[in-house]
Write a protein that binds this ligand. Structure first.
Ligand code: NAD
Length: 291
């Protein structure tokens, strides 16, 4: 799309930081995914930079302050991964409720764990959604089709229409934690959400409840989560994201009631293709304003 629009495109998916620093001055536009960091140094060497494109949602790998101070536009594709992350969240819930990973590992080891794997159904259970933005809303829609009751906590006002459609109830965070069978986090990482699920909050959850995190790792205090699961104060967790990736706490990820995935929320062909095409379109639409 970019070449057809007349741009001269160089594609180096595994560029090193050093090569990026030495080449960036030649380019008007740089596009990255999550791996490549557009640091203050990269921005300052990019004398010709006009657009930084991030094919995805999170902008944690881009120094927004430096970009802003130089008047460089930053484009991302917040909508592209919504469905992919929401489907993974539902998948993680079912994995937890039916012991799918334990069953699979058992069979691979020659063990038939049928009797140990008495599960439970999502139908009729209560799902607490923390952060009812794009992904939280899609999760709610999917969960409703499973017959789950939906509780919501967010800091923004949500439309009555949406809440009616989902038969969802807005409640205070502590009440959500105390009433939900599953709690799923879909907040952005901010000063307020950093470790918002800590020892005190985990204590409010039901002993039988599970927590799922496919947002950003640092939203949960991983040490407190490890203690809560080990002591039986909550049942377990499913984690797609970690404070440090790959995760450093091997004890947490090895617990039987913890299911993990390596930050694959947006790793679907559809989401990646959508991110790429949406971003290319935004850039092409902006070309007349650039030169
Ligand atoms: N696992 C993955 O691969 C993956 C992929 C894409 C996005 N994500 C993450 O998913 C999260 C949600 O993405 P989104 O597109 O739905 O974002 P969004 O901006 O649409 O929604 C975030 C919601 O969180 C709410 N929120 C912010 N601070 C809050 C607080 N203190 N308490 C309660 N609610 C609060 C916001 O009001 C908003 O409704 C982000 O953290 C994003 O980085 C993860």
């Amino acid at each position: 799309m970019l070449s057809s629009a007349g741009l001269d495109v160089t594609y180096i998916p595994k560029i090193t930081n050093q090569d990026l620093l030495s080449m960036i001055q030649e380019y008007d536009i740089v596009i990255v995914r999550g791996r490549t960091k557009i640091t203050k140094e990269v921005v300052s060497k990019g004398n010709n930079l006009k657009i930084i494109g991030r094919a995805g949602v999170g902008l944690d790998n881009i120094d927004l302050k430096s970009a802003d101070s130089r008047g460089i536009k930053v484009f991302n594709t917040p909508l592209a991964s919504t469905n992919a992350v929401a489907e993974l969240t539902i998948g993680l819930m079912i994995t937890l409720s039916r012991g799918i990973v334990r069953g699979d590992i058992g069979i691979k080891q020659g063990k038939w764990l049928k009797h140990e794997l008495m599960g439970f159904e999502l139908k009729g259970k209560t799902l607490g959604i923390i952060g009812m933005g794009r992904i939280g809303t899609r999760v709610a829609r999917l969960a409703k089709t499973f017959g789950m009751k939906i509780l919501v906590f967010d800091i923004i006002e949500l439309s009555e229409e949406l809440l009616d459609e989902l038969e969802a109830k807005i409640i205070a965070l502590d009440e959500l934690l105390a009433s939900s069978d599953f709690i799923t986090l879909h907040v952005t990482l901010t000063k307020e959400t950093h470790k918002m699920i800590n020892e005190e909050k985990l204590k409010k959850m039901k002993k039988t409840a599970y927590i799922i995190n496919a947002s950003r790792g640092a939203v949960i205090d991983e040490k407190a989560l490890l203690n809560a699961i080990k002591s039986g104060s909550i049942k377990g967790a499913a984690l797609d994201v970690f404070e440090f990736e790959p995760p450093v706490s091997s004890e947490l990820v090895k617990l039987q009631n913890v299911v993990t995935t390596p930050h694959i929320g947006a790793q679907t062909k559809e989401a990646q293709e959508l991110a790429a095409t949406l971003l290319a379109k935004k850039i092409i639409d902006d070309i007349p304003n650039l030169f």
